[in-house]
Design a protein around this ligand. Structure first.
Ligand code: SF4
Length: 251
């Protein structure tokens, strides 16, 4: 059946709405599992999320482990975060300590029992693994890339907190290699990697300066991961020397 040009925008809109409806269903399933997991541990979902967040946080993230940092990352109000933290403290799962480098700052820390509980809470979303595992590896890579793009748009709009993703990391060099399987480069570990290895929450991530991050994003977004073709205009690359397939830097 021929589809007229005039029907294209509404078809696109309809596809976007169906994707949102699908994401909403997944969100409902996640919430439902979180409630069940939390109830089994006598927690609320927010309390469980706080434990899982503290568990995943690098020791160097002094701001993230504060009350305001937690509220920001979970996108809840400071009052909600404060209530949940108070309840977790009463349960002996977290404690408040003064930061060594700034005595005015109070940091949150998991207790031994808190660590055990956090490890269980971090598994709540794992029920989705089987569904994701049913996708072909190529489909998983495309999905991951699409999720990263959506997260970045939402971060830019201030609708979710900034996470430690490759695409905002100063060590991320998109399309630095000619190898279509592993076109990107992580300067932290000095190694090439592909879309399937893109990280959403890397403990070694360091935010890139705004201009550098914008250039890296532009390069990543217009990359051709599906065809394996690196972006054109290599000569205008903004990230210093490219790295050849053999790992040698080229001018
Ligand atoms: S340090 Fe981590 S976030 Fe940064 S590019 Fe390497 S893997 Fe990605």
């Amino acid at each position: 059946m021929m589809v007229s040009d005039s029907s294209a925008p509404s078809a696109t809109l309809s596809l976007a709405r169906r994707i949102v409806a699908g994401l909403n269903k997944l969100g409902l399933a996640l919430r439902s599992h979180a409630w069940r997991g939390a109830a089994a541990e006598c927690l609320t979902p927010t309390q469980g999320q706080i434990l899982a967040l503290l568990q995943s946080m690098p020791a160097s993230d002094v701001r993230g482990a504060t009350l305001s940092g937690i509220a920001e990352q979970l996108a809840v109000t400071p009052a909600t975060a404060s209530d949940a933290v108070a309840a977790l403290e009463t349960k002996g799962l977290i404690r408040k300590i003064r930061d060594g480098s700034d005595s005015r700052r109070i940091r949150l820390e998991l207790t031994r029992e808190g660590w055990r509980m956090a490890e269980r809470a971090a598994l709540w979303p794992d029920f989705l693994l089987r569904a994701v595992g049913a996708l072909e590896p190529g489909e998983q890579a495309v999905l991951l890339r699409a999720i990263i793009k959506m997260i970045r748009v939402l971060q830019e709009r201030g609708e979710i907190s900034v996470s430690r993703m490759c695409v905002t990391c100063r060590f991320f060099k998109p399309y630095a290699h000619a190898d279509p399987q592993r076109p990107h480069h992580c300067a932290f570990v000095d190694a090439p990697f592909g879309d399937p290895e893109l990280r959403l929450d890397c403990q070694d991530q360091e935010p890139a300066p705004a201009t550098e991050a914008a250039l890296a994003w532009e390069r990543f977004a217009r990359g051709c991961s599906q065809t394996g073709t690196p972006p054109e205009a290599e000569e205008s690359r903004p990230f210093g020397p490219a790295i050849s397939k053999e790992g040698e830097e080229t001018i």
